[in-house]
Design a protein around this ligand. Structure first.
Ligand SMILES: C[S@@+](CC[C@H](N)C(=O)[O-])C[C@H]1O[C@@H](n2cnc3c(N)ncnc32)[C@H](O)[C@@H]1O
Length: 184
């Protein structure tokens, strides 16, 4: 397993690579995802696997990463995951999932947010830019802010602030509630 200094040295600034290492923020992100053993989980832009390694058991875990150096590392560090090398924005349309997790460069997340209404998932937990306007999702999704992450929450430290949101399609919320209410 890479030490902190090795993890920081792996980061490629041209890909906005900052790996989330704060144990308290990782715990909040993982808890917000509410993963059950029956879920198919997809993490986009998995980096060095610091998030994927914390995820609880699930029916499947697929991680997508653009950088081939990191896909090799992910195969070693997260052996239970299916590791796919490629562009998250393309692959998210092909890989089915119940739970979608993504801490990607902010401009990539912005395009992912645009695509959310066309995707099928139960819950997404995404890190967005500090000033990203998620108003475009209101009416179709319930949004809950989980926490902010910045600076030493990452290796190497991330100068910008990201805000982590739990995002649930309103239709799936309604069907969850209906499933809990016994029919007469
Ligand atoms: C900010 S780092 C975060 C890594 C990890 N999610 C974490 O929280 O520690 C973003 C990661 O997304 C990857 N990435 C950037 N653009 C991508 C894309 N279009 N598709 C897949 N991965 C991408 C980068 O290589 C990098 O590993």
């Amino acid at each position: 397993m890479p030490m902190d200094s090795e993890l920081a040295a792996l980061a490629d600034p041209s890909l906005d690579q900052h790996f989330l290492v704060s144990s308290s923020k990782l715990a909040r992100l993982v808890s917000a995802a509410g993963i059950t053993p029956a879920d198919h989980v997809l993490e986009l832009g998995a980096g060095a696997g610091t998030v994927a390694r914390m995820l609880p058991p699930s029916a499947s875990l697929t991680v997508v990463e653009l950088d081939s150096r990191l896909t090799r590392l992910l195969r070693r560090r997260v052996p239970r995951a299916t590791v796919v090398r490629g562009d998250a924005l393309m692959l998210v349309r092909e890989l089915p999932c119940d739970v979608l997790i993504g801490n990607l460069p902010h401009w990539v997340t912005d395009r992912l947010v645009d695509a959310l209404p066309e995707l099928s998932f139960r819950v997404a937990v995404l890190a967005v830019g500090e000033r990203t306007d998620l108003g475009r999702l209101r009416g179709s999704f319930e949004l809950v802010e989980v926490c902010s992450v910045t600076g030493d929450d990452f290796l190497p430290p991330q100068p910008e602030v990201s805000r982590i949101f739990r995002i649930e399609p309103i239709g799936s919320l309604r069907s969850d509630r209906e499933a809990r209410v016994p029919r007469r």
